[in-house]
Design a binder for this molecule. Structure first.
Ligand SMILES: C[S@@+](CC[C@H](N)C(=O)[O-])C[C@H]1O[C@@H](n2cnc3c(N)ncnc32)[C@H](O)[C@@H]1O
Length: 485
C-alpha cells in the first residue's frame, strides 16, 4: 500500500515538475523553445561540452515563463530572469553542491538552486532583499498555515470595527513619513495587519511572521504603485493565499529539501568560508543606475527596517558625487573589485563565477561594466572564459533614461584558476587597479567623446569637460575608494 502510494506520489511530483519547468506542450506535438532549452540543460556533458552548450542557448529567452512558484512573491528592481541562474546551476553543479549569490536581491539564484536540490547561500546588504529571499526558500507545513489562516480570519472579522484606534495607530507608526502618503483607512488597516503579524511572532511562529511580512510589504508596494483606492485587507489576504499556494507547490517539487543560508551583509566582506563554494551566479547593481533603498522605501519603513546603513554601503547608488559623476565610477569600480576578490576567496578552485551586468552611462559616456570586471578578474586569479550578450525586454522598468537606460545585458563567465593573494581590504591594490582602469577609460574618451548620447545633444565643449572631470576623479581615487565607516 505504502509502495503504491509512494509510486503515485512520485509520478505526480514528476508531472508537476515537468509542468512548471516547461510550458504546456504545443498542441501539434511540436516542441516549444522552452522545452528545447530544458532538454539542452538537462543533458549530461563533461566540462568543455558544457561550455559549448552555452553557445547553443538563445539567451534572450523571449516569451519564456519567468514568473512561477515563489518567484511571484514580491517585486524587486533589476532582478534577473530565473533561466540565467538555472542554466549555470544545471550545467555546472551537482545535487547538494553549494551555489552562492553575494548580491542576491530577491533570491532568484537561490530559488533555482532550491528547485534543483542544490544548497545555496544568499547575501545582500538590503534587509528587505534578505527577508524576501528567506521566505521564498523556506517551506512551511500545512498545520502552520491552518493556524495562520485562523489568525487572519479573526483579524478580518474585527477589522472594520477597529477604525476607532486610527489616531492611536498613526501615533504608533514605525516612521512618521509613511502617514503622509496613505489615507486614514489604509493606515488603520495596514497597522491592524502588522499588529496581527506581531502576535504571530510572539506566539512563536517566526517563519509565518516573515512570510506575512513579505505579503504585507508586497501589498504596500501595490498601494504605492496604484494609489489609496484599493481594498487593502482583501489585497493582503489574496496575496497570502496565492503565496501559500505557490509555496505548497514548491514543497511538492523540492526533492530533499536542500540547505539554504541567507546573510544580511556586505559583499565586500563576505562571512563565508574560504574555498567552500561550487558556483557563483550574481548580478551586481549598475553604476549610477538606481538606489535600491529608494525603490522600496515605504515598505521598508513600514516593516521597521533601517535603510540608513544600507544606503551608506550600497554599491553604485547615484546619490553621491553629484558634481563629478566620474568619482562615482571610481568608487563603484573599487567596490566591485573588493567584491570580486571576496568571490574569488570563497569559490573553490576551477569553479565558475558568473556576473550579469548591463551597460550604463555617465555624463553621456558609455560605461561597459563587464569589460572593467573581466580586466579586474584577470588580476585576481580568474580567467574570463566568455562574455554572452543578451537583449533584454526594453519595457522592464530598470531606471530612468536620464540616469542611464539599460536595454542589453552581458553575462561574464569566469573560472577561478588561483587563490588571489590580495585581500579585499588592501586599499593600495584597489587604488592601483582603479587608477589603471580610469586612465584607460580617459584615453578612450579622448579619442571619441559622447559614446552614449541618447536623445539629447550636448555641446562639444560640454563633452570635452568630461576629460578634465575624469582627471580630477583620478586624483581623488585613494580617498573615494575607501569604505565609509
Ligand atoms: C541587480 S540587484 C540583484 C538582483 C538579483 N539578481 C535578483 O534576481 O533579485 C543588485 C543587488 O545588490 C545589492 N547590493 C548593493 N550593495 C551591496 C553591498 N554592499 N553588499 C551586498 N549587496 C549589495 C542590492 O541591495 C541589490 O539587491
Amino acid at each position: 500500500m505504502d509502495n503504491k502510494f509512494n509510486k503515485n506520489k512520485n509520478i505526480l511530483v514528476n508531472m508537476m515538475r515537468t509542468f512548471y519547468q516547461t510550458k504546456q506542450a504545443n498542441l501539434f506535438g511540436e516542441k516549444t523553445l522552452e522545452q528545447k532549452y530544458l532538454e539542452l540543460i538537462n543533458g549530461e556533458y563533461n566540462f568543455s561540452n558544457e561550455i559549448e552548450v552555452l553557445d547553443r542557448i538563445d539567451w534572450d529567452f523571449k516569451d519564456f515563463t519567468t514568473q512561477y512558484l515563489t518567484h511571484t512573491f514580491h517585486s524587486y528592481p533589476a532582478r534577473f530572469i530565473p533561466q540565467i541562474p538555472l542554466t549555470f546551476v544545471k550545467l555546472f553543479t551537482k545535487e547538494k553542491e553549494t551555489v552562492l549569490d553575494p548580491m542576491c536581491g530577491c533570491g532568484t539564484t537561490l530559488v533555482e538552486a532550491f528547485l534543483n536540490n542544490r544548497n545555496s547561500i544568499g547575501n545582500d546588504f538590503n534587509p528587505l532583499a534578505t527577508l524576501i529571499t528567506k521566505v521564498k526558500t523556506t517551506l512551511i507545513d500545512e498545520k502552520e498555515f491552518r493556524y495562520f489562516n485562523r489568525k487572519l480570519a479573526v483579524m478580518k472579522r474585527y477589522l472594520d470595527l477597529d477604525y476607532r484606534r486610527v489616531d492611536e495607530r498613526i501615533n504608533n507608526l514605525p516612521n512618521r513619513k509613511i502617514s503622509k502618503i496613505f489615507n486614514r483607512v489604509v493606515i488603520s488597516k495596514l497597522e491592524a495587519i502588522r499588529e496581527t503579524l506581531l502576535e504571530v511572532k510572539e506566539e512563536g511562529h517566526k517563519d509565518l511572521f516573515d512570510f506575512g511580512r513579505v505579503a504585507l510589504s508586497s501589498t504596500i508596494w501595490s498601494l504605492v504603485e496604484n494609489g489609496n483606492g484599493i481594498d487593502v485587507d482583501n489585497l493582503f489576504l489574496k496575496k497570502v493565499k496565492s503565496m501559500q499556494k505557490e509555496l505548497n507547490k514548491m514543497a511538492k517539487i523540492a526533492k530533499n529539501v536542500p540547505e539554504v543560508k541567507v546573510i544580511c551583509g556586505d559583499a565586500r566582506k563576505l562571512e563565508i568560508k574560504t574555498n567552500s563554494i561550487d558556483l557563483i551566479v550574481t548580478s551586481p547593481p549598475y553604476v549610477n543606475a538606481l538606489d535600491y533603498y529608494r525603490a522600496h522605501m515605504y515598505n521598508m519603513l513600514w516593516l521597521g527596517m533601517d535603510f540608513d546603513l544600507f544606503r551608506k554601503h550600497e554599491i553604485g547608488g547615484h546619490s553621491h558625487f553629484i558634481i563629478n559623476r566620474f568619482r562615482l565610477l571610481s568608487e563603484y569600480l573599487g567596490d566591485m573589485l573588493r567584491s570580486m576578490i571576496e568571490m574569488n576567496r570563497v569559490l573553490k578552485k576551477d569553479k565558475l563565477c558568473v556576473i550579469v551586468v548591463g551597460n550604463s552611462s555617465l555624463e553621456y559616456e558609455l560605461i561597459e561594466s563587464h569589460k572593467f570586471f573581466a580586466e579586474m578578474g584577470k588580476k585576481i586569479g580568474f580567467k574570463p572564459i566568455k562574455t554572452i550578450f543578451r537583449n533584454i525586454d526594453k519595457t522592464r522598468k530598470y531606471t530612468s533614461a536620464d540616469i542611464g537606460k539599460i536595454d542589453d545585458e552581458y553575462i561574464l563567465v569566469m573560472q577561478k584558476l588561483d587563490n588571489t593573494d590580495v585581500s579585499a581590504d588592501d586599499d593600495n591594490f584597489i587604488s592601483e587597479v582603479v587608477r589603471e582602469q580610469m586612465i584607460s577609460f580617459r584615453e578612450q574618451i579622448k579619442k571619441v567623446q559622447g559614446t552614449s548620447i541618447r536623445g539629447r545633444k550636448p555641446t562639444k565643449e560640454r563633452l570635452l569637460k568630461n576629460i578634465d572631470k575624469i582627471s580630477e576623479a583620478i586624483e581623488s581615487i585613494p580617498k573615494d575608494i575607501k569604505i565609509k565607516r
